[in-house]
Each structure stands twice: as C-alpha cells, then as structure tokens.
Design a binder for this molecule. Structure first.
Ligand SMILES: [Zn+2]
Length: 420
C-alpha cells in the first residue's frame, strides 16, 4: 500500500497527479466517510507506517477454546454469557467472509471495548460500525460496491441476507460482527483501487479504511488496532514476546504486551507550562492493560505520589485505592522494581499512573511478570498511558533509547515560542 502511495507521489512530482484527481472525480459512488472523526495532529506524527516491522501472520487453524481464552485476556472482565459467544461469532464470521479473526477481534476491543452497545465515531456496537457511512451501499440484502477493471469501474455485490442493516441490529453482537467482517472483506478487496482513486495519508493496512472510509487521513488508528491484534496473538500463543534487549548484562523485556509500542512523550518534555520537565517516557496504552516488570528484580516501592513532600508514600494497593483521584500528585499510584545488572550498579524501573498495583514491596519478580494495570492516576488531561522511568546510580536513563525497538516513535519538533 505504501508502495502505491509512493508511486502516486512520484507521479505527482512528475505533474501527472491530474490523472488521479480526475479518477477521484469519476468514481461512480459518493465518498464513504465517517463524520465527526478528527485527526489528532500531534499524535499523527508520533509513528509512521515505515517505523513498524511486518505484522505477524495468524495461524491457519484457529483453536476455538484457545481463541476464547485469549479474547477474554484482551477484553478483561466479560460477563459469563459473552465469554464463549463473542469469540464464536468472531471466528464464525471471519471464516464466512475470509478475514483474519484476530483483526476482527482487535476491532471489537479497540473500537467497542468489547461492549455490544458501544457508541462513538458515528458508529454503534462492538466495532462502532457507521450505518451512515455504508447506508447507501448496504441495501436489499447486499453490499453494492465497485471494482476497477482497466479504466472502468464495474459493479460488484456481496450478498448479506442474514440480518437487516439497521441501527438496532448493529447494536447486537452477532449482526455487528457479521456486517463488520463483510465490510472488512470488501475493503480488503478494494484497497488498491480505492488507494489509487482517493487522496490518502500513508498507511499500511486496509483496516484504516474501516475507520476512515475511502480516504484515509491518518495511520494512527490502524497502529492501535494492529497493536491490539499483536496482543491477542500473544495471548493466543503464536507470537512470543520480542527477544530481550541486553543492558549491562541484564535481559530487558517490554513493559507492555504487543510490542512495539509507541512513545507519546519523552524525557525533558515540558510539563505544567514549563514549571517542570518530564522525567520519563510515556507509552501509549489502554486503561486496564497489564504492565510488566522489564527485568528480574525485587519490588522496592509500592505506593502513591501525594502533593507536597510525600512523593513516595508507601502503601499497598488496597490503601492506595482508598485515596480520592483528585488527591494524587503527578505520578499517581506507582511501583518501582530494583534490578541488578551483572555488569554492576543497579537499574531501577518505575511504572506510574497505575490503576491497580498487583505486587507487594519486597516481592521478587521475573521479567514479564505483571506488576499492575495501566491507569490515569495523577493525570489531569492526558489519555491513559504508562509513564516509565529508568534510574541508574548517577543518572536518569532514557527508556526510549534503552528499549529502542520495543518502544518506537518520533520526538516531536521543539515547540515554537510565542513572543508578545
Ligand atoms: Zn509521563
């Protein structure tokens, strides 16, 4: 996909881009797009399609029980009735329309948070399907679309007889997954035709069209969906954690599952309008996902950051849960683990803004053991993320450098100063 984008850029550079404009004008349908979806300009620059390694391939035969187990791990809490039915609907419809079940499942988590009555992004249900985007195309029991043949668009149709394409049905798990799988399969088929006919932000996967419609405006949504897909494949057991990175003889793993993960803020970034600087790296994350110790070691702090002189107030998870959200200092609930690299000295890793802390002070942990869950304690405006700090005896280490490859992203250009 990025290849065809490059080709188009090249064509534009050669002043041939009028051809593609003319083509966009001549498609025989009204552009599919979601209303009410905006680009977060700052987030759009954090990671680019070329930064990512190839995505893992799914297993050919998917074991139902294993898949259900992995799906529950991704979703977190699920009422008993949904634990088996949702994974079954996902597998069933993915098979019916020949799409990747891990991708379909990732959509239900990222967009609908595994809730059948989710609403948002002009869509409803498990995959936030937008009826407005497809209303003109899904009618009379079929999805009507076009395929390009030479210079002509020829009409195609995918029969969808099982349910009416209504708002009410999309708010139910099974119909939602049925239509989502069908629509994904059409994007998969149409992606190259559509990429050539509409203006596109560079992207690497057709799932971007599920979010944006004909014209993709940012690749960050697909980054997040594909991260959830990698997490799911990891829980299923076909993708293992990336090989450890060795620091001073110490094996380091990723603090979050489904690596690589994207850094949203770096050491030294300004905080509170310049009153202080950032002492760690922020990693984009989802509320409630597991946070893991990056290496073997011993937990040497479990507690909270309280304003004033109580930035390191030790207490267990239960006591920390009793503190009202508005009383936290910037770090919120946090855990630190002390590691001993064979080369000497120490490495202390701290994990902040946690929702829950699942270890006790003094406890021994291994690389990859869960120490808590992602939260937003101590934050005022940011969306959930993991704040990660690495301390060595005499210095603050940059975790984005030490864990380079497991953590990826681009440092934003320095902010422009405004003079009055
Ligand atoms: Zn931070």
């Amino acid at each position: 996909m990025s290849v065809s984008f490059r080709t188009r850029l090249l064509a534009c550079a050669l002043l041939l881009c009028f051809t593609s404009v003319a083509l966009a004008d001549s498609v025989p349908w009204r552009r599919r797009r979601r209303v009410d979806v905006r680009i977060n300009r700052e987030a759009a620059e954090r990671a680019l399609p070329d930064d990512w390694p190839a995505e893992p391939t799914p297993p050919t035969d998917v074991d139902t029980a294993r898949f259900a187990h992995a799906y529950q791990e991704l979703c977190g809490f699920m009422p008993p009735g949904r634990r088996d039915t949702y994974p079954a609907y996902i597998l069933d419809n993915a098979r019916r329309f020949s799409v990747d079940p891990f991708l379909l499942a990732a959509l239900t988590f990222r967009l609908g948070r595994c809730q059948p009555d989710a609403e948002g992004m002009d869509g409803v249900g498990l995959t936030l399907l937008s009826r407005r985007m497809y209303g003109d195309f899904v009618s009379q029991g079929a999805y009507h679309y076009y395929k390009r043949e030479g210079s002509r668009w020829t009409p195609e149709e995918l029969a969808l007889p099982r349910f009416p394409f209504s708002e009410i049905r999309l708010g139910q798990a099974e119909p939602n997954l049925y239509f989502a799988a069908a629509i994904l399969s059409v994007w998969k088929q149409q992606q190259h035709d559509v990429d050539g006919a509409f203006t596109q932000a560079p992207h690497r996967h057709y799932v971007s069209h599920f979010i944006w419609g004909d014209s993709v405006r940012s690749s960050r949504a697909e980054d997040r969906i594909l991260t959830d897909r990698r997490r799911l494949l990891q829980y299923y057991g076909v993708v293992s954690m990336p090989p450890p990175i060795v620091y001073e003889g110490l094996a380091l793993g990723a603090p979050l599952d489904g690596a690589p993960r994207v850094v949203s803020s770096y050491i030294g970034d300004e905080r509170d309008l310049g009153a202080r600087t950032h002492r760690g790296v922020d990693v984009e994350a989802v509320l409630g996902e597991p946070v893991r110790s990056v290496a073997d070691g011993r937990v040497n702090f479990v507690g909270v950051d309280l304003p004033g002189h109580h930035a390191h107030e030790s207490m267990d998870n239960e006591a920390a849960q009793a503190i009202p959200a508005d009383r936290f200092g910037a770090g919120g609930r946090y855990v630190c683990v002390l590691h001993h690299p064979p080369a000497g000295g120490y490495l202390r890793s701290c994990y902040m803004h946690l929702d829950t802390m699942t270890v006790r002070a003094g406890q021994e942990v291994h690389r990859g053991d869960q120490i808590g869950t992602v939260g937003r304690t101590g934050m005022r405006v940011s969306s959930p993320h993991l704040h990660l700090e690495f301390h060595a005896p005499d210095e603050l280490l940059d975790a984005s450098v030490v864990l380079n490859g497991m953590l990826i992203g681009h440092r934003p250009p320095p902010p422009r100063r405004h003079h009055r």
